[in-house]
Design a protein around this ligand. Structure first.
Ligand code: SF4
Length: 358
């Protein structure tokens, strides 16, 4: 088992490589997303990829449903700051053509690609070209024989599909692949990934598919992904939301950060406020969060409404505010360094953070 900085012991997996990014083994858990633009709109797709990369996305998947999307791939791959994966469904010829166009990885769902022989040819081509593959097993597109056997896409059926294809890939001597087993039912998803993790050392891409929009989607993803991560399962993460993909990245880091598995940017520890509060704390938190979005270096910031928990939290944080009636103490490395008025406190905190970062 691989030790992390956190008290979570990660499952020991073999390492694979997608372009310049390592997945599995002792590599950090990799954050990824998928563009929501039409891939053939090269300008919009690259613009979104660049925004995603800035937000912390480490590789990106693009849909390739049409010939014009294929034609866009060379430009996208050439100008993308992060490795590009082609997402292929139903059309094996697009897997071959995407590899020809230079993508770093392909995602296929063997269940909808068709015959085993065709999948084998795709695998051979990937080996020749040094392209990584993700085997995607989804509850929505499980093989018919497994649906007949189990009656519905239960955890055992998803697991069996993932094992079936993994064993074939390995029998063909191909190891540069990872697996995702995704269902929209959180418990089935967890059980299927657990089963797979118990039987192999193949890296797992984890996520809850079709989690939905807004708060509900974020909660569903956080619960499913969080439980798996806590069990040490997961080498790369995608939070699938019906939202701007940048929100997926932000959510993925928040999940990883909350489990101590990755640190990136500002982590704000803010009190929930109560009847003791004497300042407009939510306003300060909002302002600080908004103005520090660009920061990538990890920094823990505590913003506490009163002295009750402030001293303890400030000690744990790199910097923070402990508020009183119309004022706050600015803390740094556990020590009060300056008393500021309520009007000045956000500005004082932001200035001090900029000093630390520079
Ligand atoms: S830190 Fe103070 S103001 Fe904030 S919730 Fe705790 S007791 Fe209430």
């Amino acid at each position: 088992m691989v030790k992390t900085e956190a008290p979570i012991t990660r499952r020991k997996t073999r390492q694979i490589q997608v372009g310049s990014v390592k997945i599995g083994g002792d590599a950090p858990i990799v954050v990824q997303s998928m563009t929501s633009t039409k891939t053939h709109d090269i300008e919009a797709t690259l613009e979104q990829i660049k925004r995603l990369a800035k937000a912390g996305c480490e590789f990106v998947r693009v849909a390739v449903p049409h010939e014009e999307d294929l034609q866009a791939l060379p430009d996208i791959v050439k100008n993308s700051p992060i490795p590009v994966i082609a997402d292929i469904h139903f059309a094996p010829s697009y897997a071959f053509k995407s590899m020809e166009k230079g993508v770093h990885g392909i995602r296929i769902n063997p269940g909808n690609i068709g015959k085993e022989e065709i999948v084998r040819e795709i695998v051979e081509e990937a080996r020749k070209k040094g392209v990584a593959i993700r085997i995607g097993v989804n509850s929505g597109s499980l093989e018919k024989d497994l649906l007949d056997k189990y009656g519905y896409p239960c955890a055992e059926a998803l697991f069996e599909s993932a094992m079936r294809w993994s064993e074939r890939f390995e029998k063909w001597g191909f190891y540069n692949f990872k697996v995702s087993i995704k269902g929209s039912d959180v418990l089935e998803n967890i059980r299927a990934n657990e089963l797979f993790a118990q039987h192999t050392d193949i890296p797992l891409h984890i996520g809850i598919t079709e989690a939905g929009m807004g708060l509900k989607g974020i909660v569903k993803s956080s619960v499913g992904i969080g439980i798996l991560l806590y069990k040490g399962i997961g080498d790369t993460v995608r939070v699938s939301l019906t939202d701007d993909p940048e929100v997926e990245i932000e959510t993925a880091y928040a999940i990883l950060q909350s489990l101590g598995l990755r640190r990136r940017g500002i982590e704000i520890i803010a009190c929930p406020t109560c009847g003791r509060i004497e300042v407009d704390l939510p306003k300060v938190v909002r302002e600080v969060e908004e103005k520090l979005k660009h920061i990538q270096k990890p920094l823990k910031v505590a913003i506490m409404g009163c002295v009750v928990n402030a001293i303890g939290e400030a000690r744990e944080a790199d910097i923070g505010l402990a508020c009183g009636k119309g004022f706050a103490w600015l803390f740094k490395e556990g020590k009060p360094i300056k008393k500021v008025s309520e009007e000045e406190m956000a500005k004082a905190l932001l200035e001090e953070i900029e000093n630390i970062q520079n």
